[in-house]
Design a protein around this ligand. Structure first.
Ligand SMILES: *Cc1c(COP(=O)(O)O)cnc(C)c1O
Length: 413
């Protein structure tokens, strides 16, 4: 996708708007698959929460991906998008037994990450196989908001509780078909990841009838210049070799599974917003766009850097701007960014807007969530309409009579 393509999308579908490049998603899927060509059975389960538009899910399904889901609603979206139940895995955290049961009744694979629910589920449904999410207490690196391997993490069953876990499995006679971990959002150091994998292999030896080992995700993609990205080729080589060795030792050809979200969709996404105001204060030049953390919250929530370019004036002189939103709260997308000279009406493009962007959007300030467009085979296709005023009020119960003004209050004297 080039600037002209993006400008055309904004012109046709309005702004702000999300645009996703199907070719980039496909390329990332192939790259990851290729990195693990050394293992016989590989399954990538796309993490739906990164970007859950049904057409993106359909694209993933057509590529041969499975689906990683964290709510029964995501399970239902996956089924609606054509995924076979057995290619969907439900990996929730802190949900009720009832929700897990309703996912199980839809025929999808179940991943349980705490002993309490494991014991309850196993007692009631010993015949439904379950995968266990382990916390190996290894941090693969990155921001502490998104690292889930540390000792106080709410995710997974601690490896220090394996004896307790084994007792539950033995007493309930439940079947364990997989072992899972998801250590955090950024794999920076492959050796650290391999170290966590060893803990998973060690745990796996306790279960005789596994079908798969799921290594979660954490593939890091570059957001800004100089960012390290996970070397998936190196990881693929090293982990594949070790995995094959383990399968021999275990006596069965297991499936190696991953659940990438960000890796598959982050770089495929562009967010386009229009500059409403250029405002020079004593110390800063602000470019205010027709958006805010209601549409793209990662910069404010995670301190994430999304590159911003001016696609309306790509050859203009570079100047420094603070790019901010229109929400009545501080909502800074980026400070001191060198951007080609910005005029009111220009379209700014935010990169890496595929993962955790639209899916985290809200209606704060009673604004509409943006439209979504798929760029596919050289054409722009609308895949979600922009919301309308009706969407804002459709679930509100309007108690007109309860607060109807009394007649006399209405008369103006
Ligand atoms: C969110 C999530 C993922 C995807 O993580 P990315 O960093 O987007 O690849 C994978 N597995 C589980 C269990 C998750 O919750």
């Amino acid at each position: 996708m080039n600037n002209t393509d993006l400008l055309k999308v904004a012109k046709t579908y309005g702004n702000p708007v999300y645009v996703y490049d199907s070719e980039k998603i496909t390329a990332q899927f192939k790259r990851l698959t290729n990195a693990f060509k050394g293992v016989r059975k590989l399954k990538l389960n796309y993490a739906a929460k990164a970007l859950s538009n049904i057409n993106i899910l359909r694209l993933m399904n057509s590529l041969g991906s499975g689906l990683d889901t964290v709510s029964v609603q995501e399970v239902k979206l996956g089924l609606l998008a054509g995924f076979k139940p057995e290619t969907i895995i439900f990996t929730p955290n802190g949900v009720s037994l009832e929700e897990i049961e309703s996912a199980a009744s839809l025929g999808v694979r179940i991943n349980i990450d705490n002993l309490s629910i494991l014991e309850q589920f196993g007692s009631k449904h010993p015949d439904i196989p379950v995968c266990i999410r382990i916390n190996p207490h290894v941090m693969a690196g990155g921001n502490s908001n998104i690292s889930v391997g540390h000792i106080d993490s709410k995710f997974g069953i601690s490896i220090h509780q394996i004896p307790h876990l084994l007792r539950i499995v033995e007493l309930t006679q439940m079947k364990i078909n997989g072992i899972h971990m998801h250590t955090g959002s950024d794999i920076l150091d492959i050796d650290v990841f391999l170290y966590a994998s060893e803990i998973l292999f060690e745990t796996a030896k306790n279960f005789k009838n596994l079908d798969f080992i799921d290594f979660g995700s954490g593939f890091k993609v570059p957001y800004k210049e100089g960012d390290i990205e996970t070397n998936v080729e190196e990881l693929g080589k090293k982990l594949s070799t070790r995995f094959n060795e383990f399968c021999k030792e275990y006596g069965k050809e297991l499936t190696l599974a991953f659940e990438p979200g960000k890796f598959l969709v982050s770089e495929a996404g562009y967010f386009l917003a229009k500059v409403n105001v250029v405002k020079q204060t004593t110390s800063t030049v602000f470019a205010s766009v027709d958006s805010g953390f209601n549409h793209l919250i990662r910069p404010m929530l995670y301190n994430a850097t999304h590159q911003i370019t001016n696609i309306s004036n790509p050859k203009g002189r570079e100047r420094y701007y603070s790019v901010v939103g229109y929400i009545c709260e501080t909502d800074t997308f980026g400070t001191n960014r060198r951007i080609n000279e910005v005029s009111e009406g220009d379209i700014l493009c935010f990169k890496n807007a595929g993962a955790y962007c639209f899916t985290m959007a809200s209606n704060y300030n009673s604004r509409f969530r943006p439209a979504e467009v798929l760029w596919h085979q050289g054409k722009a296709i609308l895949i979600r309409e922009r919301e309308t005023f009706d969407d804002l009020i459709k679930n509100q119960v309007d108690l007109q009579d309860l607060f109807a003004p009394k007649k006399e209050q209405l008369t103006v004297k």
